[in-house]
Design a binder for this molecule. Sequence first.
Ligand SMILES: [Zn+2]
Ligand SMILES: [Zn+2]
Length: 335
Amino acid sequence: MKGMVLTAPKDVSARDVGQPAPGDGETLVRVAKTGICGTDLKIYQGGIPVDYPRIMGHESVGEVVSGGTLAPGTSVIVDPAYFCGTCFQCRNGQMHICPNGGLIGRDVDGGFAEYLVAPSDNVHALPDGMDVTHAPLIQPMTTCLHAQRLAKIFPGEAVIVIGLGVTGLLHVQLAKAHGAYPVIGITRSKWKRDLAEELGADLTIDPAADVKAQVIEATGDRGGADLVIESVGQLSIVAQAIDLVRIGGRILPFGILTVTEGELPFYDLYFKEIQVVNARVAKPEDFPACIDFVQRGIVDLGPLITDVVPLMEMNTALDMLEDGKGIKIILDHAA
Ligand SMILES: [Zn+2]
Ligand SMILES: [Zn+2]
């Protein structure tokens, strides 16, 4: 089969590779569409180390070929997080952070190829009629839902989302689904602010404006948001989240911080008694929940997709990701 193979940092090309064969408890999937994201870009650039050669891709949708209990031809999405099932975390219901686990598309070969093998438990059926170009976004959406489950949004709570890229726009929609009010989006980009409002944000703020004053006005006597979701991955934005959260509120540093040192207003963390909620990947139950949210129209994925690129032109997609102009790029395996 043809696959896009990463042989060294910044070196990915189409190659003929052996078709993967499903073992016991595994399913072979013919891949139709795979989302590409910042994690793939970091692996490509060498920032996230992998063994070479590696086929990336962890946001794949396709159809069952063989293995598992789903009928061949069933439209499916693959949960890329695999786990051992026997360690303390797995027995404790925290299989998503299993120390023996990993990510399909990073630690083993993933979806940027004609076929993909995954544990059958990780293969979730998609309802008839679900758009397979939109469906790869369900994977990043599960990580947002998992994080919001941990952050425990109560109806009527004020939620701020800083950064309105893919995950920021998903957080806005999920916070609305949780009954948050107001949901406030913050980003420099005017068109992303407009899109956030179309997708349900009650208010959006340009960071060039007086953000704090507008948050105080919008949140009344709370004096800040109950929850601030940082969806950028910069330490300075975490500091801003600490500033914009109310006394006794929570912050969720969702954008992945890779810096190993830096400054934060630690005294404010203490004095405001702020809870810091961390969340990594998603749990198996987040897949059926997100599939259901999309199927029922509670979360709209279509407007987040700005580009569809043929799989074989993955280098173009990586350049576009580096430019950061669009929102979500989907790779089309049939094109
Ligand atoms: Zn991703
Ligand atoms: Zn485990």
